[in-house]
Ligand binder design. Structure first.
Ligand code: ZN
Length: 356
């Protein structure tokens, strides 16, 4: 009996102290900002997903994310014979659950139409039910009235654009003219759309990466095919809901997936330099200079197009130190293209390696 009581007490203690470990995602902050790792596109049983809303919170917490939005379809509720339709249900179920786990939950929903205009997430809303209206333009207006951040989802999704290339239709131009469109997915699920970078630059849209997951995240994104789930890296003034909202509207993001980063050069460049440091040479002789480059991030970097007399390419594996030997004849600083940091439709980040 005494043993049983002790066992019960032990279980109680475990429950009260709380357990659970989450992954550390090694992605540095930018000077003056914290890097929030986010997934703004997730489904649950309240539309065509297969999991309960709290599962989305648990998955994100374990994966080391800072923020998620559950964005069930307003217009597609195939489980309604078993689960009552309530467009705010996922939010209501997960709100306190997320708070208790130190995860920022963003109230969101998905406006779902054929192309054009396609699918859109309304993020940072108050009441999804007010956005469930017949006319898509009225739905956009209802979202904007709530102060929503409007995100164009998977613009080159082959079910809607068979050639996989995003296209701007009249409705998109009207959204842009009204300044109602704020962001666009570069990465969605396991796809990406290079042309999105052109739209982002031309119309000053926020670059986004989301999973759009309907099943179980750990079943979809696992090694060796994937080292991480898609994440939007938002550079916020603080780790809060409101600071995240400000960062998203300000366009301070990078999209991260499949060991690739995509975004505007003004954020990609400082992010790269926060990830790596070039040590001062530890040995030199009449021919060569020896030094090390530290990459303290989860993103490997592939440096290519080295100038004559310097290494043609250098790979900086994630969380590693790489030894480099260059000829004394090489022009300094060493200049490279980073193959996996995309800053334009046909453009990658150019960096300089300068000895400390
Ligand atoms: Zn979706």
């Amino acid at each position: 009996m005494k043993k049983l009581i002790i066992i019960i007490l032990l279980f109680a203690a475990v429950n009260f102290t709380g357990v659970g470990q989450r992954k550390i995602v090694n992605l540095p902050d930018l000077p003056g900002y914290v890097t929030l790792k986010c997934d703004f596109h997730l489904h649950t049983v309240f539309s065509d997903g297969n999991v309960w809303p709290t599962v989305r919170v648990d998955e994100a917490w374990r994966d080391g994310l800072d923020a998620i939005s559950i964005t069930d379809h307003l217009e597609y509720t195939p489980k309604k014979d078993f689960i009552p339709v309530d467009h705010n249900a996922a939010w209501k179920i997960a709100e306190n659950y997320a708070r208790d786990r130190n995860l920022i939950l963003v109230h969101g929903t998905e406006i779902t139409r054929n192309m054009p205009p396609g699918h859109f997430n309304a993020l940072f809303i108050q009441d999804a039910s007010l956005i469930a209206v017949d006319s898509v333009w009225d739905a956009f207006a209802a979202a904007i009235k709530q102060g929503a951040f409007l995100q164009w989802n998977h613009p080159g999704w082959r079910s809607q654009e068979p050639d996989g290339i995003p296209k701007l239709y009249d409705m998109h131009r009207k959204l842009l003219q009204n300044k109602w469109l704020h962001g666009i997915e570069f990465f969605n699920d396991s796809e990406y759309y290079p042309l999105v970078m052109t739209f982002c630059k031309q119309y000053n849209l926020t670059v986004i990466a989301n999973s759009d997951n309907h099943g179980v995240i750990s079943e979809k994104y696992k090694e060796p095919a994937y080292t991480n789930r898609p994440m939007t890296l938002a550079f916020a003034k603080a780790r809060t809901h409101d600071a995240l909202k400000e960062a998203m509207f300000a366009g301070r993001t990078l999209a991260y997936f499949k060991d690739m980063l995509a975004g505007k050069e003004e954020y990609a460049k400082p992010f790269f330099y926060q990830c790596i440091s070039v040590g001062k040479p530890y040995y030199e002789n009449e021919k060569s200079i020896y030094f090390e480059i530290v990459n303290r991030s989860d993103v490997p970097f592939y440096l290519i197009n080295g100038v004559p007399e310097s290494p043609a390419s250098i790979t900086l594996p994630a969380n590693s130190i790489t030894r480099v030997v260059v000829s004394r004849k090489a022009a300094l600083p060493l200049v490279y293209d980073v193959k996996n940091i995309i800053t334009g439709e046909d453009e990658v980040l150019k960096v300089e390696l300068t000895f400390k």
